[in-house]
Design a binder for this molecule. Structure first.
Ligand SMILES: Cc1cc2nc3c(=O)[nH]c(=O)nc-3n(C[C@H](O)[C@H](O)[C@H](O)COP(=O)(O)O)c2cc1C
Length: 128
């Protein structure tokens, strides 16, 4: 199958995660394209992975705008995985990010479902 990994990054962690996911999927025989957002989708894909950093509990603009535009494309019914990066510690640090650990994954998951795509698995959270 042919998959698209579309992700946004501010500080670069998202790139390392997108590349690691691409390697894993390629090793399992998938044909994968990695698209750093903002960017345009070219071609047809069988599945979609979307990733974003978390900012105050939310996904970031470029990832949200990408998902909004999916409604216009041929994505309805296609499988997706929502990926979010964030920070958390064993002990609460008192920082506000403690309240929403990598919850961009949850937020993207909801948006992708609303856009008519079908989840392959639950929201995937990566700690950076
Ligand atoms: C202003 C700000 C708010 C943040 N809020 C959260 C948050 O609510 N939850 C969380 O898990 N991480 C939070 N973080 C940590 C970022 O999610 C983390 O730096 C990001 O995932 C790194 O991804 P990137 O290197 O791909 O940009 C925040 C970081 C900044 C700078």
């Amino acid at each position: 199958m042919r998959g698209l990994i579309a992700y946004y990054t501010k500080f670069g962690d998202g790139t390392r995660i997108a590349e690691a996911l691409a390697r894993g999927l390629e090793q399992s025989g998938q044909d994968v394209k990695v698209l750093r957002l903002p960017g345009e989708v070219e071609g047809d894909f069988d599945f979609l992975v979307v990733g974003s950093p978390t900012r105050m509990g939310r996904a970031m603009g470029p990832a949200k705008r990408f998902v909004s535009k999916l409604k216009k494309g041929d994505w309805a019914g296609k499988p997706f995985v929502a990926v979010g990066t964030g920070v958390h510690g064993e002990e609460p640090t008192g920082k506000r990010s403690d309240a929403w650990p990598a919850s961009s994954a949850d937020k993207l998951y909801q948006r992708l479902e609303k856009a008519g795509l079908k989840p392959i698995m639950g929201p995937q959270k990566f700690w950076v």
